[in-house]
Ligand binder design. Sequence first.
Ligand code: ZN
Length: 418
Amino acid sequence: MKKTADMVIKNAGELLTCRDESPDLIGVTRGGWVAVTDGKISMIGSRAEIEPLISNSTQVLDASGRVVSPGFVDSHTHVVFGGTRVGEYFAKIEKLSGDEIKRRGIRTGILTTLEPTREHSLEELYEETAVRVRDMIVSGTTTVESKSGYGLDRDTELKQLEVNRLLENRLPISVASTFLGAHGWPHGMEKEKYMDFLISEMIPRVGSAHLAEFCDAWCDEGHYTARECRIILEAGLDAGMKPKLHEGGYSYIGGAEAAADVGAVSADHLNYDPRPSLRRLAEAGTVGTPLPGIDFAVGHILPFDPAPMTEEGLELSIATNCCPGCWCTSMPFIIILACRRHGMSSERAIRAATIGGAKALSRQDRVGSIEPGKNADILIWNLERHEDIAYHYKTNPIETVVRDGRVTVRDSKIVQDI
Ligand SMILES: [Zn+2]
């Protein structure tokens, strides 16, 4: 190991290590210093321990008594899409009747953005998506999961996954790619026929091309049954993709048991999951990912309740669920919602946005906490206490973003494209 550090972050007022075993959930350490070497966190300690590692070539960032935390891991997004659902958003806010929606020609549902997503070229789809991903980067997200599922045909699904690859290659963010062919099925096609196409053609193709790390499906009334999801996710496992599952968002039809049986890394939404199902997920080591943004954006009639989840021992992750129905790119805003609308403590929400998110992506060995050996993905906040992340509704709460040991954002501006 080198004797000096490439970067030192000094004078943290509160250093949130977010170590897994922290008794206070986020490992608040006062006056901490952090050393970074070769893109990794090499040491955490006091001034007396870290200062000797500073040489002429060390970049020193002064946190000046403010909060220092891990970068956010946004573990559930549908950020790659074309078009907008703004018409539907206001139709719901204004409580327009079905007839009125029809009379005004307002389109609703995921099929609304399917056409523009299909019609855009790869570069057009990348450019529209990159606008949102740049917003995520300046909001402190250093790892983002991104799902396909707005094409529901071979070429568009592959195009969405190619956009994931471009995002990771061109922007200072790590991208975890998920194949969500089972987000729906094409208009005019039988669900069973589309499932055959997914299992016999798409999933093996995506797996062999290494275009996705995860395979996902939507288990809910009117979508895929628990049995169908199990079949899809097992096909994903055969093709080398780890399972994730949307379940319990608008009804409960056994999604948690299906997720637990296939060893899903996460089960997402969970509004309707009964206690025994939450316990089953916890026992299986599946991370629960409730989604404050979508509950807010759709005015959900049953917003998720984190209390039974934590009481049953479920590790939680929270995510933006950035999608045409929830145009949210900000993890700080998600923390605000999780605390104010769902009764999460600031510590539980911050944990769920960092190490919880990392676990929901099986990346807890690399990201999600400030510990020696992990990637140096670190935020310096314009705040002095971690509770202020949920209490101050600031437009720009983050001063500096470091990713892989390099400064990528200063004062809401990306300063390093790859
Ligand atoms: Zn989703």
